[in-house]
Design a protein around this ligand. Structure first.
Ligand SMILES: Nc1ncnc2c1ncn2[C@@H]1O[C@H](COP(=O)(O)OP(=O)(O)O)[C@@H](O)[C@H]1O
Ligand SMILES: [Mg+2]
Length: 365
């Protein structure tokens, strides 16, 4: 598979009054053509900083890329001038954020907001741009686009606004679309509709998508592959099926255990005890060690390398070392897995995850 974007050994720090926050500590991943890669992890794990680095949207006054490369079309984005980067941003790589209101101009008609980049960057005639705007509004599921095109953002509901934002992001046919928690600010039903749209778009356009979320339940609906982040690192990466049915890192087990259990009426969700590492002074071993119920001596002393589970699946945990004791994932993980697969009508792990298997989505509710 063709690699559209390669992030290599990225290290990013923020210089703050308290000291150097080592926010990203050696992140590497590839984004393949046409795939949706989800990045999941607790708040503060480095998801947004990683993707802001790709878009070169990190605050200039206190952030520093200490090391690493971000290769797009063979070019290292970290080395481009602001002017070169402007051409790429919104054109080759575009981004949608959590809150659609902040990405829209309240004083400008929706149609003009979609047409502007087309006329400006693609040298389209205004007639062609209008045609394209109508087509995009239709693509993202906005009814009566001929009327909607002349309306202002406040005339749209939250979910419809997010659709408009997605239409703008797709206007120039980007190679890469980054969606940073695009549904978090929306209510559950609307969330499900936007996710459905993202999945649908994935089939219709050949854009690669990086989908950021803290909610593993959402991931199953949209992702081909999943990267799990913890304390500024990727600690496990694999296909969506591998991450759900054969997770290896105790942190991934914790995330899966935090998903709602469909067999109990318990409203109280499990949350992983403890707190994320202090990035001002990251621990020297495995950053997850203090929260790891299966912690070993080596976890406190040495950082685990990536162990290969399959050609597509890697996890950074000493539990995968041949000398480590064999540890089974907790019951809570197995229960979630059997819930996914029993609803899918099969006991095997290699079924493609279906949206109806997950709570928090329209059908799963
Ligand atoms: N502008 C900033 N100044 C200082 N620290 C920052 C800044 N932006 C992010 N960080 C720190 O970087 C880490 C990763 O943040 P972020 O990528 O936003 O997490 P998330 O996974 O929730 O998106 C956090 O510890 C956060 O406090
Ligand atoms: Mg974030």
């Amino acid at each position: 598979m063709e690699k559209i974007l390669q992030v290599k050994d990225l290290n990013i720090s923020f210089h703050t009054f308290s000291g150097e926050v080592k926010a990203i500590r050696g992140v590497s991943f590839d984004l393949l053509k046409g795939e949706t890669l989800a990045i999941v992890g607790e708040s503060g794990s480095g998801k947004s900083v990683t993707t802001k680095a790709i878009m070169r949207l990190l605050p200039e006054h206190n952030s520093e890329i200490k090391k690493g490369e971000i290769l797009f079309n063979g070019k290292d984005l970290t080395k481009l001038t602001d002017k070169q980067m402007q051409k790429i941003r919104g054109h080759d790589i575009s981004m949608i954020f959590q809150d659609p209101m902040t990405s829209l101009n309240p004083t400008m008609k929706i149609g003009n907001q979609i047409m502007e980049p087309l006329v400006k960057h693609q040298n389209m005639s205004s007639h062609a741009a209008k045609e394209r705007a109508l087509e995009l509004l239709k693509l993202v599921g906005i009814p009566k686009p001929e009327i909607r095109i002349n309306q202002y953002p406040h005339q749209f509901s939250g979910g419809m606004r997010q659709r408009v934002v997605i239409a703008i992001a797709l206007a120039c046919n980007p190679k890469v679309l980054i969606a940073d928690e695009p549904t978090t600010a929306l209510d559950v039903t609307i969330q499900a509709q936007i996710l459905e749209l993202m999945k649908d778009l994935q089939k219709k356009i050949d854009t690669s998508i990086i989908f950021i979320t803290h909610d593993l339940g959402v991931v199953a609906n949209v992702a081909d592959r999943v990267a799990v982040m913890y304390g500024g690192k990727i600690i496990e990466i694999g296909t969506a099926d591998e991450i759900f049915y054969n997770p290896q890192h105790p942190y991934t087990w914790g995330l899966i255990s935090s998903m709602p259990d469909m067999e109990t009426d318990d409203d109280e969700l499990f949350s992983i005890p403890g707190t994320p590492p202090d990035l001002l002074d990251p621990p020297k071993g495995d950053a997850f060690a203090p929260r790891n119920p299966y912690v070993m001596k080596i976890d406190l002393e040495q950082e685990p390398p990536f162990f290969k589970v399959s050609d597509t699946h890697y996890a950074a945990t000493w539990l995968l070392h041949p000398d480590a004791p064999k540890v089974e994932p907790p019951e809570a993980v197995k229960r979630r897995q059997s819930q996914f697969s029993s609803i899918a009508g099969t006991a095997s792990g290699d079924v493609r995850l279906e949206k109806s298997n997950f709570p928090g989505t329209k059908e799963g509710k």
